[in-house]
Design a protein around this ligand. Structure first.
Ligand SMILES: *Cc1c(COP(=O)(O)O)cnc(C)c1O
Length: 298
């Protein structure tokens, strides 16, 4: 039992960067928690695995797309603690870097048709009703436990006060956790959320399920670059320019969209010039490798 708590003492460094002519910003380097695994996915799993342990379960069953950072994080974490993991993967069987690593970490991958995938509970019961050790974890790890884990990012800031904190959002769980931390520490900080999908307005509703007061939340829904996992040449050029002048890699699905948004808002004078800005680098760098071809053309 002790094992889990030792590893799960997550902490990531804070780094000040300057990029081109823009004012300096701070970056919370959750990408450095692990070289391959999305920082926020570790944070989300922390209290999920804790709850699982309390309930005496040893086998995680979860869900995701073929490029899911959540699947990889789950595979790595369960391997580290000697737990079992199975995952339903949306769509026909494919091979890529993410699934390759999941497989090496010993995760059982079950590819299911997109229609069938939609009914997660029924899949879970169909495959695992006889296994008393299983523990259901929703797609992306979205849960109350995950929100709690992400709120700890704010605990780690200690004395530092920021005017704005930026994060990318897919389900909004990470953003909800940050908001919870802001509330718990009674900070004046404004949270700026960059949905990475089209129609990102729904993220506010999702956040509202975990934290009801959204007064300190600012949504910027115009930085989806065509939708989830879609890119444009401008975004890919930004990744290269940002990496070569700061030493920080960003992924095209999440964090590049967030950093792009920060500099675009600064350039358009939408953020106060003297403000102190913190960007949460949630990780996800394996997403870069999925775009090898496009990046090679830069
Ligand atoms: C999953 C993920 C996110 C989005 O987190 P949500 O809690 O689903 O909003 C952001 N960044 C990276 C790198 C991710 O892997």
């Amino acid at each position: 039992m002790g094992k889990l708590f030792v590893f799960m003492e997550i902490f990531s460094p804070l780094q000040k960067i300057s990029y081109q002519a823009y004012p300096s910003i701070w970056v919370k380097r959750d990408d450095l928690i692990d070289p391959y695994i999305s920082g926020n996915k570790w944070r989300k799993l922390k209290w999920i695995l804790h709850d699982m342990q309390l309930k005496g379960k040893t086998h995680v069953v979860t869900f995701g797309g073929a490029y899911s950072n959540h699947l990889l994080a789950t595979a790595a974490a369960t391997a580290r603690f000697g737990l079992k993991a199975s995952a339903f993967v949306r769509g026909e069987q494919v091979s890529n870097e993410t699934l390759l690593l999941c497989n090496l970490y010993g995760m059982r991958l079950i590819f299911v048709d997109r229609e069938i995938y939609k009914n997660k509970q029924s899949l879970y019961h169909q495959y695992f009703s006889n296994d008393e050790q299983t523990y259901f974890v929703d797609e992306g790890g979205a849960s109350e436990e995950a929100t709690r884990g992400c709120s700890e990012i704010i605990d780690e800031l200690h004395e530092e006060q920021f005017d704005y904190i930026f994060c990318a959002a897919g389900t909004g769980t990470t953003a909800a956790g940050l908001l919870r931390g802001i509330h718990q520490h009674e900070l004046q900080t404004q949270l700026h959320v960059i949905p990475v999908l089209k129609g990102g307005e729904f993220i506010a509703n999702e956040m509202g399920k975990y934290e009801s007061n959204l007064d300190q939340v600012n949504m910027h829904t115009q930085y989806h670059f065509g939708g989830y996992a879609k890119t444009t040449p401008a975004l890919l050029h930004f990744i290269k320019s940002f990496a070569s002048s700061t030493g920080i890699l960003t992924d095209p699905v999440y964090t590049a969209k967030m950093f792009y948004a920060i500099y675009d808002l600064l350039q358009k004078d939408k953020l106060e010039k003297e403000s102190k800005i913190l960007a949460i680098h949630t990780g996800g760098l394996l997403g870069l490798l999925g775009m090898k071809q496009k990046l090679n053309e830069l």
